[in-house]
Design a protein around this ligand. Structure first.
Ligand SMILES: NC(=O)c1ccc[n+]([C@@H]2O[C@H](COP(=O)([O-])OP(=O)(O)OC[C@H]3O[C@@H](n4cnc5c(N)ncnc54)[C@H](O)[C@@H]3O)[C@@H](O)[C@H]2O)c1
Length: 263
């Protein structure tokens, strides 16, 4: 639309007919995001290292009348990322409007006890892998231009730090800074890049990493007194993907029930 002021809310939130790539679709927030994109009428290419669960998510989209396809991806392996991108280009015919980089890993332990092998996995899945993937997909978005979106998923740990998640926090801080710098570089093409920073969210990543006792203490510290549902984080990813967010770029949105109120 040439005159954004002519948007009705319905037009501003319309995503039908667009194509999205979502990583991390086997579980949690990535799964919720893929399902919501599917429901909104997009063609969804979902990627994950977990092929069985990832394919199940995409099958659920198709079963409910949407369009989706699963593609395998291991973000720790450059050759897997390259194969994924080649596969995606062939399947999509070079038509991609939205990249939602959601996949991530966390290991909670005191920094003093952590090992370089663990740092490598965390940094590769959360930061280096997505950088390589986005670098290879960027020419497609540049070609399509205005209205295309890149949405990354960081964490409030990347904004304010988190005990026991030192390298994870570092990887997420890197995602935030990368997204802002990319937003500056790609604005000239009409591409908007934004970052969603979830707080504690009810997914295997959170339940696996945080003991039940700690979880209760954390909930008491959250002003809205509960952890997020994966769909509540997906809602923010969809918002940044919509025409409604065409004038928003380089921003970080915490979705954390008020746990962090960042200036
Ligand atoms: N759950 C939370 O409390 C929380 C809080 C802040 C940020 N986040 C972030 O949200 C994002 C999604 O996390 P989630 O909570 O849904 O976790 P999750 O564990 O439910 O899902 C993560 C997904 O990433 C995939 N993945 C892991 N390693 C991969 C690899 N090498 N290549 C490709 N895919 C891989 C997993 O298979 C899984 O499907 C992550 O980036 C995470 O850091 C989550």
């Amino acid at each position: 639309m040439s005159d954004p002021s002519a948007y009705t809310w319905k037009q501003a939130t319309a995503l039908e007919g667009k194509t999205a790539v979502v990583t991390g679709v086997a579980s949690g927030i990535g799964r919720a995001t893929a399902l919501q994109f599917g429901e909104a009428g997009l063609m969804v290419y979902g990627a994950d290292i977990n092929e069985e669960q990832g394919a199940a998510t995409m099958a659920a989209i198709v079963a409910s009348g949407g369009r989706g396809e699963f593609l395998p991806l291991d973000l720790t392996k450059p050759e897997s990322i390259d194969a994924f991108v080649d596969n995606l280009k062939a399947k999509s015919g070079g038509v991609i409007d939205i990249i939602a980089s959601v996949a991530g890993v966390d290991v909670v332990e005191p920094f003093i006890e952590s090992k370089p092998e663990t740092w490598n996995i965390i940094l590769n899945v959360n930061f280096v892998g997505p950088v390589r993937m986005i670098h290879r997909l960027l020419p497609i978005l540049i070609e399509r231009g205005r209205g295309t979106k890149i949405v990354t998923v960081a964490s409030d740990a990347g904004r304010v730090g988190s005990t026991g998640e030192t390298v994870y926090s570092g990887s997420k801080g890197a995602v935030i800074a990368f997204t802002k710098a990319l937003a500056r570089e790609t604005a000239r093409y009409g591409i908007c890049c934004n970052c969603v920073a979830p707080g504690p969210t009810d997914t295997p990543l959170f339940t696996g990493a945080v003991a039940a006792k700690l979880r209760d203490a954390l909930i008491k510290a959250i002003p809205l007194r509960r952890v997020a549902l994966p769909t509540e984080i997906a809602n923010a990813i969809l918002f940044f993907s919509c025409p409604a967010a065409d004038y928003i770029t380089g921003q970080v949105l915490s979705v954390s029930g008020g746990l962090t109120m960042h200036g």
